[in-house]
Design a protein around this ligand. Structure first.
Ligand code: CA
Length: 712
C-alpha cells in the first residue's frame, strides 16, 4: 500500500497537452429567454441564495455550503432523459479541473488550471470574456496537488479570484478586466492559492496552501472595494516572543504556543487554510478548516507528545475582525497529512428531540464530526470509512487512510429533504516511513517522510494486491443517527464532488469519466453518461428561462493521480484528459465529441545506463525530486507526460537541459540545477531507463496486465 502524496517536482518532458478553443455547440436548443437584468450580488442576495434556484452565488451555493439546489424540474423520475445542452472545451492545460462555476443571472463564471477564468452564457455556452492571470510556470512546483483552482467569489458587480502564485484579483464581472490585485503572501514564499474566496459583508476571505512546502497557515480578509488587508489570522504560532500584529496574536500566545515543542517555527508548522469555509449569519461566525502539521513527521516538527494547535482544526472567528471564538482539533499532534480542510456544512438538526445548530465535517482521518457550531463542542463523532487504524497508532505500514484521507477536497453535499450528507469517500493506504534526517529544500515536498521507501514494489503479486486495495464509494450519511444509509461502490478512489437537488437526485462524476445520477434516498443509479475524462469537480445546478441545467467540469489530475503512478493508472487508462465544461438539460440536443483514441505507443527496450547500485541511487533521487508529479516508479497516470516514453529520456543532453537548466519552465518544469548536479540527473535518467526495461519485460510476461500508456 502506498501514498497519494501531493505533487511537487514537475518534470514536463513534452509539451503539456492543450486544446484549442472550440465554438460552443448549443445544438438546436430552444432560444433562452432574455437574461434578466443583472442585480449586484450583495448580502441580501447571498443571505437569500437558498431559495434562489436559478443562481449559484457562492462556492457552496449558500453560506451554509449545502450544495443543494431547490430546482426540481429534473427529478428521479425523468433524469434518465438528461442530454448535453452545450459544452465548452476549456483552452487550458490538461491538468485537474476542480472548479465550482458561479451562476449569476444567466452568466456562468468558471475557473480552470493555472487560475484562468472564463465567462460563458449559461444558456448557450457562448464565451463572453476570459481572464488569464499569467501565473509564472515555476509556481507549479510549489503546488502540492496540481495547478488547480476551485472557483470564484462574487460581490457588487465584481468577481474575486485567488491565483496559484498567491494574488487576490478583483475582476469586473461584465468585462473580466482587473479592478485591483494584491499579493496575499510574503515575497519569495511557496504558498499557493487553489481555493475559492468567500465574501462576507464586503470582506473577501482567502487562505492558501503550503503545508507540504514549509508553510505556516493563515487566512486573511481584504476590503472587496479597495483590496486593503483588514485582518489576518495565523493558525499556528510563530517564533515565541515575536508578535505578528495579527488578529491571532492573543490566542496563539495564550493557548496555542503552549501546545508545541522544539523549534517548530523554523519549519513552518503547517495548518494552512486551503479550502473549506462556512458562515453563519445568525451567530455571525466564520468557520474555516486547517491542514496538517508541517512537516508531517512530528519528530522534526514538534518532537514529543503535544497537540500542536491549531493544526487539523475547525476555527470559528468573527468575520469583521478575525477575533477567535472557538476551535476544535480533530487529530491532536497529527503526523499523517490529516487535515480539517474538508467541506464544512452547517445545518439545523433534531438530535435526541432537541434542535441543534451544527457544523459537520468528514475530514481525512475517517471520522464524521457533528459539532455545536455556537460552541465547537462535539455532539457526535463516528467512523465513516471501513479501514482505520491510525487512531490506534500501532501499525505504520498498512490500512490507515493515507494522505489522500477518507475524504479529500471534493465537496460533500447535504439535502435538507432527506437529511443526508453525500460524501465521496476514498480508501487509499499509505506506508508512513519517517526519514532519519530532515533536509527541506526550496523545490521539494518537505514532509519528513521517506517517499522512496514507500514506492510501489514491482513484485507482481504485491503490486496487484496494492492496486486491488484501492477503493472509493459514494456514501449517503445520516448525521443524526451517525450511520451510513446507503453506499455506491465506484470501483476507484479519487472521484468527484457531489450535488444534491430537490428533484431527489444526487449527482457525482467519477475517476473513470462517468457522470452519474443517483436516487437520493436509496442510491439507485438513475442515469449515467461517459464523458471520456476523469471528473473531480463538483456539479452545479441552475436555471435560465425556466429551464434547469446541470453543469460539471471534466479534467483529471490532483495529488493522487500525479503521484500514485500505476495505482492511479487503472482509473484513467486509455482515456483522454479533456478540460471541458459540460451542461445537461432534459431537452438537450448537443453531442459530445468522441473520446480520442487510446495511445498505441509501445515501449521498446533500451540499453541500461548503469549498474544496480546506480539504478538504486537514481530511484532514491527520482522519488525525492520527481515522483510527486511524474508518478511513483516513473509511471504517469495520465496527467503529466510519462517519462518512460519521453524523447528526452533517449537524449542525455536534452534531459540535462530540461532538468538542470529548466528550458520547459513556462510549462511548470522548473530548473533543478540548484539542487541536483549533472551526475545526479544522469542517475535519474538511469533509473527511468531501467523502468522502461522492467515495463517491457512485464508486458511480455504471461498474463501481464497493460501497465503502459502515454495518454498525452
Ligand atoms: Ca496536506
Amino acid at each position: 500500500m502506498r501514498r497519494s502524496a501531493c505533487a511537487l517536482v514537475c518534470l514536463v518532458l513534452t509539451a503539456a497537452c492543450t486544446h484549442e478553443a472550440v465554438a460552443p455547440s448549443a445544438g438546436s436548443a430552444p432560444a433562452p429567454a432574455a437574461a434578466p437584468q443583472s442585480k449586484p450580488v450583495d448580502m441580501a442576495r447571498l443571505l437569500g441564495a437558498g431559495g434562489d434556484g436559478d443562481n449559484w452565488l457562492t462556492y457552496g451555493r449558500t453560506y451554509d455550503e449545502h450544495r443543494f439546489s431547490p430546482l426540481k424540474q429534473i427529478t428521479a423520475a425523468n433524469v434518465a432523459g438528461l442530454k448535453p445542452a452545450w459544452h465548452y472545451d476549456l483552452p487550458v492545460d490538461a491538468r485537474a479541473q476542480e472548479s465550482t462555476p458561479l451562476i449569476i443571472d444567466g452568466m456562468m463564471y468558471v475557473t480552470a488550471a493555472w487560475s484562468r477564468v472564463f465567462a460563458l452564457d449559461a444558456a448557450t455556452g457562448a464565451l463572453k470574456w476570459t481572464y488569464d492571470p499569467q501565473v509564472p510556470g515555476h509556481t507549479g512546483v510549489n503546488a502540492c496537488c496540481d495547478v488547480v483552482n476551485r472557483g470564484l467569489a462574487a460581490w457588487l458587480g465584481r468577481l474575486y479570484l485567488g491565483t496559484l502564485d498567491g494574488r487576490l484579483v478583483a475582476l469586473d464581472a461584465a468585462t473580466g478586466k482587473p479592478a485591483w490585485a494584491v499579493s496575499t503572501i510574503p515575497a519569495g514564499s511557496r504558498y499557493t492559492i487553489t481555493g475559492a474566496p468567500r465574501i462576507i459583508k464586503g470582506k473577501v476571505i482567502i487562505g492558501n496552501g503550503g503545508g507540504e512546502e514549509s508553510g505556516r497557515g493563515f487566512v486573511s480578509a481584504y476590503d472587496a472595494q479597495t483590496g486593503k488587508l483588514i485582518w489576518r489570522f495565523y493558525t499556528v504560532p510563530g517564533q515565541p516572543g515575536v508578535k505578528d500584529g495579527a488578529a491571532s496574536d492573543e490566542i496563539l500566545a495564550k493557548l496555542a504556543s503552549r501546545t508545541w515543542r522544539g523549534q517548530w517555527w523554523k519549519y513552518g508548522g503547517g495548518g494552512t487554510v486551503w479550502d473549506a469555509m462556512a458562515y453563519d449569519p445568525q451567530l455571525d461566525l466564520l468557520y474555516f478548516g486547517t491542514d496538517n502539521g508541517g512537516p508531517w513527521n512530528k519528530k522534526f516538527r514538534s518532537p514529543g507528545t503535544s497537540d500542536d494547535l491549531f493544526i487539523t482544526s475547525i476555527i470559528a472567528v468573527r468575520p469583521d475582525t478575525g477575533e477567535y471564538v472557538w476551535h476544535f482539533q480533530n487529530s491532536p499532534g497529527e503526523m499523517w497529512d490529516y487535515s480539517a480542510t474538508q467541506s464544512l456544512v452547517l445545518a439545523d438538526l433534531t438530535i435526541n428531540g432537541q434542535m441543534r445548530h451544527v457544523i459537520m465535517q468528514a475530514p481525512k482521518n475517517g471520522y464524521f464530526y457533528v459539532l455545536d457550531r455556537q460552541t465547537g463542542k462535539p455532539i457526535s463523532i463516528h467512523q465513516y470509512v471501513d479501514t482505520l487504524n491510525w487512531a490506534k497508532g500501532v501499525d505504520p505500514v498498512t490500512g490507515r487512510p493515507g494522505p489522500g484521507g477518507g475524504h479529500n477536497w471534493m465537496p460533500m453535499s447535504f439535502s435538507p429533504q432527506t437529511g443526508l450528507v453525500y460524501i465521496p469517500v476514498i480508501e487509499i493506504g499509505f506506508p508512513y516511513i519517517g526519514q532519519t534526517q530532515y533536509h527541506p529544500t526550496a523545490l521539494t515536498f518537505n514532509v519528513g517522510v521517506d517517499l522512496n521507501a514507500g514506492s510501489l514494489p514491482q513484485d507482481p503479486i504485491i503490486k496487484a494486491a496494492a492496486i486491488k486495495g484501492l477503493k472509493g464509494h459514494l456514501a449517503a450519511w445520516d448525521p443524526v443517527a451517525q450511520k451510513e444509509v446507503w453506499r455506491v461502490e465506484v470501483g476507484h478512489p479519487w472521484n468527484g464532488g457531489t450535488l444534491a437537488t430537490a428533484g431527489h437526485v444526487v449527482y457525482e462524476g467519477d475517476a473513470m469519466g462517468r457522470f452519474n445520477a443517483y436516487n437520493d434516498t436509496d442510491g439507485k443509479l438513475l442515469w449515467s453518461v461517459s464523458t471520456g475524462t476523469g471528473i473531480l469537480a463538483p456539479p452545479v445546478s441552475y436555471g435560465v428561462g425556466g429551464r434547469q441545467y446541470i453543469a460539471v467540469e471534466t479534467g483529471w489530475g490532483g495529488a493522487f493521480p500525479l503521484s500514485a503512478g500505476e495505482l492511479a493508472l487503472k482509473s484513467q487508462l486509455n482515456r483522454g484528459n479533456i478540460p471541458r465544461l459540460i451542461v445537461f438539460a432534459l431537452d438537450g440536443t448537443d453531442t459530445l465529441p468522441p473520446t480520442p483514441p487510446a495511445s498505441t505507443a509501445v515501449l521498446a527496450a533500451l540499453p541500461e545506463l548503469g549498474d544496480a547500485a546506480q539504478i538504486a541511487q537514481g530511484k532514491l533521487l527520482y522519488h525525492t525530486f520527481c515522483g510527486t508529479c511524474h508518478g511513483d516508479s516513473a509511471v504517469s497516470s495520465g496527467v503529466l507526460p510519462d517519462l518512460r516514453y519521453a524523447a528526452a529520456l533517449r537524449d542525455g543532453d536534452l534531459f540535462q537541459r530540461i532538468v538542470h537548466d529548466g528550458i520547459l519552465e513556462p510549462k511548470g518544469m522548473v530548473a533543478f540545477g540548484s539542487l541536483l548536479d549533472p551526475q545526479s540527473i544522469e542517475l535519474i535518467r538511469t533509473y527511468v531507463t531501467h523502468r522502461v526495461n522492467e515495463s517491457v519485460a512485464e508486458a511480455k510476461a504471461p498474463g501481464a496486465r497493460i501497465t503502459a500508456s502515454t495518454l498525452q
